[in-house]
Design a protein around this ligand. Structure first.
Ligand SMILES: [Zn+2]
Length: 335
């Protein structure tokens, strides 16, 4: 049991989340999830949340928040008509398990969520490139790799803990590179891991368009664009950024019959999107864009850099409550 864990539970027992939540009752809280898995993965993966943790979080959210469909919440934020304690749920990337594993939990609580699709990968056996790398590390039989320029000098890979750490180091380094250079280094790393053949996607499989259609008709999910192949927009050459945003947005509109008013930037840190992306969104008439910058939204928040609370597999339930309520931001001295 970690000291931080004990402290977080004490802060929750002292009522800090309830107090922080009241202070933020006029803000829009947007939670960011990715996948939800029936069983924890052997090699730790931050963005695939075990379903028991997800179910506990949704029960908490459903009791304490006015959960709105994201696009409605954004319109009402702009119009100044949000209810108190407004919250929207989002799932980035479009994993099939959002329907099969998260879907029944959302349905049990009557909750709506918006899914951001990587449109070129919908209905394929392909996974987003960071997941491709994750699967290669998780399934590699190599005892070690030696890739010093990605932070892995003579790096041992025995056991899930070492594999998870090596993956985290490599993916962080790759995310900083221009797309063409990233692609070349990624290919070399997959070769070093002995995993150049396509990977069976397993828990990382994307939704198909027929599933998207069924989810939309059931009324519990909305859809919007998240680029075509999940390249980080700020690392793309001029001329490709507008296409990655525009094609993704237009394909979602054509396939779902609803023109999204929102987009989510791949990776989404402030360094991951730029004025080229903003200009492309403006040209399309997309009024809102979600970042992964940690925070809450009010009338003054930049509509093309809306903030979210990221929920990953490393969060304890106490930490989830502290983060979502805004208590963590208060403890860090932010408003
Ligand atoms: Zn993403």
């Amino acid at each position: 049991m970690s000291l931080g864990g004990a402290r977080d539970r004490l802060l929750c027992a002292a009522g800090l989340p309830a107090w922080a939540r009241r202070r933020r009752r006029r803000d829009l809280t947007i939670l960011m999830y990715h996948g939800v898995v029936a069983r924890p993965l052997e090699v730790e993966c931050w963005h695939q949340l075990p379903v028991d943790a997800f179910a506990r979080q949704m029960a908490w959210v459903a009791r304490r928040y006015a959960v709105l469909p994201l696009e409605e919440a954004l319109e009402r934020l702009a119009a100044g008509t949000l209810p108190d304690h407004a919250l929207a749920l989002t799932f980035d990337d479009g994993y099939r398990n959002v329907r099969t594993v998260a879907g029944p939990v959302l349905a049990a609580h009557g909750l709506h969520a918006t899914v951001f699709l990587v449109t070129d990968l919908v209905g394929t056996d392909e996974v987003v490139w960071p997941d491709r790398l994750y699967l290669a590390f998780a399934r590699s039989a190599a005892a070690s790799v030696d890739v010093p320029d990605l932070g892995l000098p003579r790096c041992a890979l025995e056991g899930p803990g070492r594999k998870a750490r090596a993956y985290a180091t490599a993916v962080r380094a790759l995310k900083g590179l221009p797309v063409a250079e990233k692609d070349a280094r990624l290919a070399a790393l997959l070769a070093a891991l002995g995993r150049t053949a396509p990977e069976e996607p397993g828990d990382f499989r994307m939704l198909g368009w027929d599933e998207v259609d069924a989810m939309r008709r059931e009324g519990r999910f909305g859809f919007a664009g998240h680029s075509t192949r999940h390249e980080i927009l700020a690392r793309m050459p001029d001329g490709q950024v507008a296409a990655a945003i525009g094609r993704s947005h237009e394909v979602v509109a054509a396939r779902t019959g609803h023109v999204p008013t929102v987009f989510a930037y791949p990776n989404g840190r402030a360094m991951d999107f730029d004025d080229r992306a903003r200009a492309a969104l403006g040209h399309l008439g997309v009024r809102f864009a979600l970042s992964t910058i940690e925070g809450f939204n009010d009338a003054t928040t930049d509509r093309l850099a809306l903030e979210r609370i990221s929920v990953g597999a490393d969060l304890s339930f106490a930490r989830f409550r502290l983060l979502t309520s805004g208590a963590v931001a208060l403890l860090r001295g932010r408003r």
